[in-house]
Design a protein around this ligand. Structure first.
Ligand code: ASP
Length: 310
């Protein structure tokens, strides 16, 4: 039996201590703890990493603090278009969804696509129709209305910029959520969910729902969930690159993460980070931005919660 382990993230970016109030910090920390516990409880009881990842992400999707599910950012047209993906390291099965609205928990729709359809990736109206056929929970538009997000859109429209998540020019951060886990049976899983970027063009899709870019899991190597400027993560095929460096070049998880996040991504201007776990439960939480909301726990050890670089 393997020792279980799980890591989660709530986005990366310019998250600096000086811009954070004690109340805000506490709210983020509590939300991360709650999501970590939701996943850990499943693993502690011998449950599957896939279930732990889904439940941890659902908890973050339900929290307006994060740019996923309820707290998703607005597109240029003032809509919420959600992306998510999930992968099972045991058999490389995967499910992904992009550009859907009104889905309460896009990660669960991604899982349904993986398990109940003959496809891997569905988008827009077709994905919504499939969600309805699977009794996936839907919510009206106003469920997704979060004033802070709306204000961000107004700001972005004024300056005609596409802004990362709940980013303000002086407070730049990405708030995508994700989880990676290893269960006691030795199975790895990874999942990621996002609203994308504030003021994104109708139809824009980032790295989050793209298997190999924002999410990847393979029992022979690792499980990865990314957050950051999606266009760069797609071009760098970040999640799969880390797995490949381990599989083909024999790098450790840490070596592979450092190379991709701190070197390759930086060279092309890709800001962000990721959470990673290998088949032995070793966890890495690298980011090249100022901060990344993150938390992890390994069986028998204390939880680690982090926001800033130091
Ligand atoms: N990677 C996400 C995207 O580009 C954004 C984020 O991580 O906040 O859609």
């Amino acid at each position: 039996m393997k020792k279980y382990a799980i890591a989660i993230h709530g986005g990366a970016g310019t998250i600096v201590r000086s811009a954070m109030s004690p109340e805000k910090e506490l709210a983020y920390t509590s939300a991360l703890k709650e999501a970590l516990l939701a996943g850990e409880t499943i693993l502690k009881n011998g449950g599957a990493s896939l279930d732990a990842v889904e439940q941890a992400i659902r908890s973050l999707e339900d929290n307006p603090l994060f740019n996923a599910g309820k707290g998703a950012v607005f597109t240029h047209e003032g809509k919420n278009e959600l992306d998510a993906s999930l992968m099972n390291g045991k058999d490389l099965s995967a499910g992904a969804v992009a550009g859907v609205s009104n889905i309460k928990n896009p990660i669960s729709l991604a899982r349904s696509i993986m398990e109940k359809s003959e496809h891997v990736f569905m988008t827009g109206a077709g994905a919504l129709a499939f969600a309805k056929s699977q009794n996936i929970a839907l919510m009206p538009d106003d469920y997704f209305f979060v004033q802070m997000r709306y204000d961000q859109l107004q700001q972005a429209l004024k300056s005609d910029t596409i802004i990362m998540d709940h980013t303000l020019p002086e407070d730049k951060k990405f708030g995508t959520v994700g989880a990676v886990a290893l269960d006691t049976a030795g199975n790895l899983a990874a999942g990621t969910s996002t609203g994308g970027m504030t003021n994104k063009k109708n139809g824009r899709v980032g790295d989050t729902p793209i298997i190999g870019a924002g999410t990847y899991a393979n029992n022979t190597t690792c499980a990865i969930s990314c957050t950051g400027h999606g266009e760069f993560f797609i071009r760098s095929v970040v999640a799969y690159d880390i797995s490949c460096l381990m599989e083909y070049k024999g790098l450790s998880l840490k070596q592979a993460c450092d190379l991709v996040v701190m070197d390759k991504l930086v060279k092309i201007g890709g800001e962000g980070g990721l959470i990673a776990i290998d088949k032995n439960g070793h966890i890495e939480l690298p980011f090249n931005s100022e901060g990344m909301y993150r938390a992890s726990i390994s069986q028998g050890e204390n939880a680690i919660i982090g926001i800033y670089r130091n």
